[in-house]
Ligand binder design. Structure first.
Ligand code: GDP
Length: 195
């Protein structure tokens, strides 16, 4: 897919009514600071489109990016920011749960995990939660440039093992720095939005 146009069409806060889009959607979830904004900018080929946060967890919105008028890339709020207060943490859960429940057009949910670290308890909860909502999470293992190439396989295996992924479940090692995994990810998004 060649990105010809991108528009941040809808931004939903905790009290907003979610849009009833007619085009398909793919959503991206992950812990704050996992590299989600960087990944979105990388795949959209737009440097400042998603805000790369120096203060993780600040944005508690669901952002709908209209791509080429063929579908939406949906940026879910980052979870697990240690310094967020309980009320804000609860809001994240409500927002994400409402969205996963309500969106009639959601085709796939991508979950971002930092390739360097074992998935946290929150990552595992999110993985199970996405599963229980009827979606097979697709794992994007971010910041792969921070590992030596020879380390990638063992980290991937460990992430798969901890999340309890099946052989056929998809995990893509990704780097916004080197663009590793970009084409594979774009092809998947393309398939989901166009089917
Ligand atoms: P978000 O909170 O999940 O949206 O994460 P950001 O995209 O804001 O990234 C958090 C931090 O990780 C920033 O300092 C980024 O520059 C850095 N980062 C994100 N992706 C990569 C990557 O692929 N490689 C490296 N080395 N750093 C990254």
């Amino acid at each position: 897919m060649v990105i010809k146009s991108v528009e941040l069409e809808t931004v939903c806060g905790v009290t907003s009514v979610l849009p009833e889009n007619t085009l398909f959607e793919v959503a991206f979830a992950g812990k704050s600071n996992v590299g989600k904004s960087s990944m979105i900018n990388t795949i959209l080929n737009r440097k400042g489109m998603a805000r790369i946060s120096s203060q993780p967890g600040k944005t508690q919105t669901i952002n709908f990016y209209n791509i080429n008028n063929i579908g939406y890339l949906v940026d879910l709020p980052g979870y697990g920011y240690a310094r967020a207060n309980e009320e804000i943490k609860a809001q994240w859960g409500v927002m994400i749960e409402n969205y996963l429940h309500q969106s009639a057009k959601l085709q796939a949910v991508f979950l971002l995990i930092d390739i360097r670290h074992e998935p946290s308890e929150n990552d595992c909860l999110m993985y199970d939660w996405i599963n229980s909502q009827g979606f097979k999470p697709i794992i994007v293992a971010t910041k792969a440039d921070k590992l030596k190439p020879s380390q990638i396989n063992s980290h991937v295996s460990r992430i798969r093992q901890i999340l309890g992924m099946g052989k056929e479940d998809v995990l893509i090692p990704f780097s916004s720095e080197t663009k590793l995994g970009k084409n594979e990810l774009m092809d998947l998004i393309d398939n989901y939005l166009l089917r």
